[in-house]
Design a protein around this ligand. Structure first.
Ligand code: ADP
Length: 159
């Protein structure tokens, strides 16, 4: 049984995240999408809201679990006896930070391998912060977030 953990802010989940999740479900027996509490990064949605949106967005995928954690990723990784950490890479700009994180996690836990999945070409520009900016000015975000949660995100962000 191979378990992968896909950590992130998911504030909120976008089609880019969902693409990585569904591709990861084909590579691993179980994919845990982990809403991680980042004390430095300000967020718009509560942890509970982010989890609920993820649960709806992934309801058709059988081997996905949604969880949250406010400690060190590597402690969660050990607790779950996971095999791999999954990250999505959109552009070179993601690379430096993700590379550092992967190295740090490997120093903390020698067995923790990080696997990078490249973003699909239609999602390379897509980020949660872009979705939030468009929605706050009542722009159309329907092409950027899963259909089943589009209205909910729109209403929540409308000013
Ligand atoms: P952000 O706030 O930058 O949108 P998150 O912290 O929620 O991102 O991202 C979690 C993980 O998902 C990271 O590995 C990130 O690189 C990846 N990711 C974010 N957006 C996309 C996308 N559009 N396509 C592929 N991977 C993505």
């Amino acid at each position: 049984m191979r378990t992968a953990i896909y950590p992130g802010s998911f504030d909120p989940v976008t089609n880019g995240h969902l693409d990585i999740i569904s591709r990861a479900t084909k590579l691993f027996d179980k994919v845990i999408v982990l809403v991680s509490v980042n004390p430095i990064k300000p967020s718009s949605f509560s942890i509970q809201e982010r989890k609920e949106l993820l649960i709806k967005a992934t309801s058709s995928l059988e081997n996905v679990e949604i969880d949250s954690y406010d400690g060190l990723l590597i402690d969660y990784f050990n607790q779950k006896k996971a095999d791999v950490i999954i990250k999505g890479l959109r552009a070179m700009s993601d690379f430096e930070y993700e590379f550092q994180m992967a190295m740090a996690n490997k120093k903390l836990q020698g067995e923790a391998e990080t696997i990078f999945l490249t973003a699909s070409s239609e999602n390379t520009f897509l980020s949660s912060s872009m979705v939030k900016q468009i929605a706050m000015f009542n722009g159309d975000i329907s092409a950027f977030v899963p259909n089943c949660i589009h209205e909910q995100i729109k209403l929540r962000l409308k000013r």
